[in-house]
Design a binder for this molecule. Sequence first.
Ligand SMILES: Cc1cc2nc3c(=O)[nH]c(=O)nc-3n(C[C@H](O)[C@H](O)[C@H](O)COP(=O)(O)OP(=O)(O)OC[C@H]3O[C@@H](n4cnc5c(N)ncnc54)[C@H](O)[C@@H]3O)c2cc1C
Length: 385
Amino acid sequence: MTTETADQLATIRAAVRDVCKDFPSSYWRALDEHREYPTEFVNKLTELGWLSVLIPEMYGGSGLGITEAGAILEEINRTGGNSAACHAQMYTMGIVLRHGSDELKQRYLPDVASGKLRLQAFGVTEPDAGSETTKIRTMAVRKGDKYVVNGQKMFISRVEHSDLMVLLARTTPYDELEDKTQGLSAFVVDLRTVKGLTVRPLKLMLNHHSTALFFDDMEIPAENLIGEEGKGFRYVIDSWNAERILIAGEALGDGAWFIEKASKYASERVVFGKPIGSNQGVQFPIALAHAHLEAARMMRDQAAAKFDREENCGAEANMSKLLAADASWEAANACLNTYGGAGFDVEADVERKFRETRLWSIAPINNNLVLAYVGQRVLGMPRSY
Ligand SMILES: Cc1cc2nc3c(=O)[nH]c(=O)nc-3n(C[C@H](O)[C@H](O)[C@H](O)COP(=O)(O)OP(=O)(O)OC[C@H]3O[C@@H](n4cnc5c(N)ncnc54)[C@H](O)[C@@H]3O)c2cc1C
């Protein structure tokens, strides 16, 4: 990294931290308690341009790289916040940017960049298909100048807080395909006007605004098809490296928050006449988690640098997500163990962050599938699926 890039990154990090001072842990705790969306926070970051960094300047964004985007999300989580909505607004538009028609880009990207439109929902997962995306069953049938959609999605986040959603649906029946990665198509759904969509909020262990979706003859204008019909799965795969690097940043931010919190408490809390952190049983797990986080950070930095140089970064992107998710979870456990009973007190925020950081091992992709990628695609071992 050049000195100029390092200075720019440090400036970005400091500026984001500065904004986060106005949104302390008590803000996130209250949202979590009432399962509310961080409207003021998202509006503030949008206003300051931090959520449009990945949108090119010609569409009103600042055209920065995944390195800068990851640093922004990392700082939000590091100060005790939850950057899920920010991640979504930054990144979901990528499929339109890379594969959408000029008309689609002109229609949506400037308004996403300005924050006039929220594009924070990405509908892929289905109850029966799970991680096996090529088995999704939601069907979009072309009828004249429209697609008519029927089916169901599961765990789709922020639909109630978005104006637009990217939807992956089947346009060719599975049995008619020789290549099972074909036959899926991606669409922009205008949630403000669409009919035939039922949204059912889900009660999950963290504040993520996830929903089950039911499509009953939902109509999408044909011009909202992203790229070519049948190529949607390829387009989604294209965005995975970026997403994994961003998620790694969020996990690193969480991990750093846990380490700072645990180190401080371990140094201050006195039991048996001395700070608990002077006991190796307390100190070493925190130190070990910190070491693992720093190693994950190096992998993430390498992945982001390769991504921004447009080099193949599949191995690094996957490994950084895996290592950062594991390290943040290790840090979460070290922090909770350090706090003891006090960690279960909602006011300490440890239990909230503990629930939030647990997600990274499971979603948007579970660590087993990342290991399968490393085992099979990087090391060339036999495929399990
Ligand atoms: C809070 C939250 C928010 C989400 N938001 C969205 C969203 O906005 N949009 C969206 O499309 N999806 C979303 N998801 C869904 C998420 O992407 C999926 O949960 C995830 O991809 C895993 O799919 P699954 O839960 O169906 O697990 P399954 O595919 O049922 O797998 C269950 C477990 O089995 C194991 N497993 C499965 N296959 C293999 C294999 N081949 N080898 C080894 N182990 C395997 C893994 O450990 C996995 O965790 C969200 C999920 C959560 C929890």
